[in-house]
Design a binder for this molecule. Structure first.
Ligand code: GLY
Length: 382
């Protein structure tokens, strides 16, 4: 693990994917450099910036100013904020607007926003004229450390999350850490769950560093850029080895099988943000690992204590409306997990822990074992 850099130095993380390699540029105020970077990468390309209403209010002018100052022609496509735009209707809106804006094969789509905008704009770019390149400008912590990197794009089906999509790598990611100052503390915390995930799954030293330095990440000191860069490096290394998730990339799903079920049980609503579901899911995965004798109970407790220390929910009962039907019901949660893409022929693929800093893919978990684990938790007040 490298030492935190001094404020002001942009950090460049390389995603080593051969001829599709790209840079992630991380730092305070790097949004200003977007236009120059785009002009250097694709001289003469036009751009269409896809964003949502809230992000547009804060960051669209600055984004357009940077592009225009570098002589890059730009148009704007604004969608409603939230998962409601990650739909067939949202895809139609963005695709038709891109066609109307005359975005050609050599032009660029710029996704300015959080995970919803990145997934939606990236997927529209993937299918527009059989593939147009795109740039990610993630504006949420979660998008900066996870969804903007690695090329997963897509929309939801009424039958499930992310069921339609494509692997389509961006050609550049510009992650401006100052943009995160406008996030609510709750949104920031939700993104932090994905940062902690990288420590828990593969980097014990980073997890220990997070335990000591998390306050600086929240207040916006150089620890923030260091944490984003370390997370992106971890993800970039895994994606470079397993772009299409035929193996190791599944480790990034730590906490997500439980988390997606909890998000579904709460109707993908404000009751539980994605990162909050991941936080509870990571703790459940750690506790199940302890129950199976893979890690010591004290290691599972250490993970839970850290996530709780930053204010994240870590137990089922921390979720708003816990007592409502579907959330305090092990069978209902199991049914939701069975909908997830991590189920194969009735067996669950879970990411479990062998240590804090060492996750493993458990591809063949007997569902009754997980059901009994959840039932016991619920019987003990969850
Ligand atoms: N968010 C998990 C992945 O990109 O593979």
């Amino acid at each position: 693990m490298t030492e935190p850099l001094k404020p002001g130095d942009p950090i460049i993380v390389d995603v080593a994917l051969g001829e599709r390699a790209y840079d992630i540029v991380i730092g305070r105020d790097v949004l200003r450099s977007l236009g120059g970077r785009v002009a250097a990468l694709r001289p003469g390309a036009r751009t269409a910036v896809v964003t949502d209403r809230t992000v547009a209010k804060f960051w669209l002018e600055k984004t357009e100013a940077s592009l225009s100052a570098a002589g890059v022609a730009t148009s704007r496509i604004i969608v409603d904020e939230g998962e409601g735009s990650k739909t067939y209707a949202g895809l139609e809106q963005v695709s038709e607007a891109l066609i109307a804006a005359k975005i050609e094969r050599n032009d660029l789509v710029v996704a300015l926003g959080g995970g919803v905008v990145g997934d939606l704009a990236g997927f529209a770019a993937a299918i527009l004229r059989r593939g147009v390149d795109f740039v990610q400008v993630p504006t949420s912590l979660l998008a900066q450390v996870d969804s903007s990197v690695g090329g997963k794009t897509g929309i939801n089906s009424p039958r499930g999350k992310n069921l339609l999509g494509a692997f389509h790598q961006p050609v550049l990611v510009v992650a401006d850490s100052a943009v995160l100052d406008s996030l609510s503390p709750r949104q920031f915390r939700a993104g932090y769950a994905e940062i902690a995930k990288y420590g828990v799954l593969g980097d014990a030293a980073f997890f220990a560093w997070l335990q000591a330095n998390h306050a600086d990440i929240f207040t916006g000191g150089p620890a923030r850029e260091h944490a984003i860069a370390t997370s992106c490096r971890a993800k970039a290394a895994i994606v470079a080895r397993d772009e299409r998730e035929t193996g190791e990339r599944a480790l990034l799903n730590l906490g997500h099988t439980f988390g997606h079920a909890l998000e579904a049980a709460t109707g993908f609503s404000d009751r539980l943000f994605h990162g909050e579901g991941v936080a509870v899911g990571i703790v459940l995965a750690a506790e199940l690992s302890a129950e199976l004798g893979l890690i010591a109970p004290s290691d599972a407790a250490r993970v839970g204590h850290h996530l709780a220390a930053v204010g994240l929910p870590t137990r089922l009962r921390d979720i708003a409306g816990f007592a409502q039907e579907g959330l305090a019901d092990a069978d209902a949660l199991m049914a939701l997990m069975a909908q997830d893409k991590k189920v194969k022929r009735g067996r669950l693929t879970l990411i479990l822990l062998q240590a804090v800093g060492r996750a493993v893919i458990a591809p063949d978990v007997e569902p009754s074992l997980v059901r009994d684990f959840l039932k016991a938790k619920l019987a003990n007040g969850a």
